[in-house]
Design a protein around this ligand. Sequence first.
Ligand SMILES: [Zn+2]
Length: 335
Amino acid sequence: MNKIIAPITFLLLLITLVPMETLAAEEELTIEQKDEQRLILYKRAEALTNIPWYYLAAVDTYERGLRRVVKDRPREEGLISIFFTPSQWAGPLNPDLEDVDPLSISLFGGLGLDGNGDNEADRNQDEDVLFTFARYLEKYGFNDEDFKIALWDYYQREQTVSIINGHANLYKNYKHLALHEHAFPLPLRANYSYRNTWGDRRGWGGRRIHEGTDIFAGYNVPVRATSYGVIEIKGWNIYGGWRIGIRDLDNIYHYYAHLSGFEKGIEEGEIVEPGQVIGYVGSSGYGKPGTQGKFPPHLHYGMYRDNGYTEWSFDPFPSLKSWERKGFQQLKKQS
Ligand SMILES: [Zn+2]
């Protein structure tokens, strides 16, 4: 009896203990520690392949955002979020979709490679996943244009190529991953007021719901970027008037509308950081370019999420409240 039970108990112990320990280890890491370890992994893959680390960081960050919003994608087991389906990894005709043998994977046309030298190509191992993606990029070359073509072939969506390319520019510019800070869109000492108006019905321009929060303030109060990001759109739109759209590293699009004008140097494709002035509060919109004064001056602030296929708006009010609170805490500390 004992001869049979002992190994079974041992096996059960292993099964229950191992995943719990990995989970616990992961939860103990702070955001800073995760950034640090990820950077080491990206740079190791760069050393092996010559693919710039910030390309890998950009793709990984984009895919981390996807894992948070796409329901049929599991959470990553390690630190790297780049996702390969079993058939992409092992090869579409491979009878063993959990195959980790690099040789048979390559025979069946799978992408999976061994990046950490343990002779297994395991799609749950960070180094294997990064190395595999870096090798994929390598086939296209090493400059920004090659990178964009590789992304287009992989994702087949222009918007995705543009988002990831923006992420890469941010990481290349700042040379690190700690770009999580946020700021309230108006200076905290300015005179402003807002309440939750998300989802309210709109009068002008047919049947629309209100996709944002209106922050009322005087003409020409500075409007600031709320996050690190890349300016995706700047110009006129009949509803939003003079407006700016900024994409951040969580794949979130921040929309600033009804501006009286833009800050100098703010151009499409440029990088911004939290608190940086991008424009000024106004009442532009609801007509042809230059129309203003059809409503009291305010900043219309909207947030949109991207899931790799489509974009949808969500309520920015809780984020605004939290950035405002943190901003006031910081001001208190400084004084
Ligand atoms: Zn509005």
